[in-house]
Design a binder for this molecule. Structure first.
Ligand code: TPP
Ligand code: MG
Length: 208
């Protein structure tokens, strides 16, 4: 289903509550998930509803021509930050962890096979799972920031990241971690909702 920009998570929440046996997967951009939809993202994490959110993070509002987004790195150029971005970006994984998501992972479009495994694990996970897919926009962001070709930007994904299993190695200094970064068991919203409905529908609960 194609919904309004920024409102994919509330839409998916309604869908999941109506059809709790369905696997619901929500694909969003960084602007979609963290800017216009940022409030929805926080509360979907907090509720821990059984959805999978795939956030394609290319650090920019690409489709509309390269405006700054909540994940644009400080000092990067954007069409709305022509002297360099003075804001500090969100770390999507840290936000999702702090707000209460059950599973949070990250990989890049260069590491396509790894990314696919993370998506599968996230769909199988009960609770709200977030996959940050680091991507790139060589047209708007790359051109403004002189990041080179699409292939150069893919190489950057390879060089700037490291598997979480190597987090304590010296090679990890200054690198972005990839893999499952949060995995925890916490009550899931649709199950709790169903239990509540059953509880309040018991005959002794009905007050005439
Ligand atoms: C309600 C609404 N507000 C604004 C827009 C205009 N708009 C379209 S795409 C976009 C930003 C896209 O950024 P992101 O979510 O990061 O996706 P990307 O294009 O980078 O993949 C905006 C603001 C819209 N389509 N709908
Ligand atoms: Mg984007």
């Amino acid at each position: 289903m194609h919904t309004t920009h920024g409102r994919a998570l509330p839409f998916a929440t309604g869908l999941k509550l109506a059809k709790p046996n369905m696997k619901v997967i929500v694909v969003m951009g960084d602007g979609d998930a963290l800017a216009i939809g940022g409030n929805h993202f926080l509360h979907t994490c907090r509720r821990n509803i059984d959805l999978t959110a795939i956030i394609i993070n290319n650090n920019i509002y690409a489709m509309t021509g390269g405006q700054v987004s909540p994940t644009t790195p400080t000092e990067s150029m954007a069409t709305t930050a022509m002297y360099g971005n003075i804001e500090r970006p969100f770390d999507i994984v840290a936000v999702a962890q702090a707000a209460g998501a059950a599973m949070v992972s990250r990989s890049t479009v260069y590491h396509a096979i790894e990314l696919e495994k993370l998506v599968v694990a996230s769909i199988e996970k009960k609770g709200f799972s977030v996959v940050e897919a680091l991507s790139h926009c060589h047209i708007a962001y790359g051109r403004l920031n002189r990041s080179g070709s699409s292939v150069d930007m893919m190489k950057h994904h390879r060089q700037s990241t490291i598997p979480v299993e190597q987090a304590n190695s010296t090679a990890a200094a200054g690198k972005i971690l990839r893999g499952v970064l949060v995995d925890r068991e916490i009550p899931e919203y649709t199950e709790q909702y169903r239990a509540l409905v059953e509880r309040v529908q018991q005959p002794e609960r009905i007050i005439v």
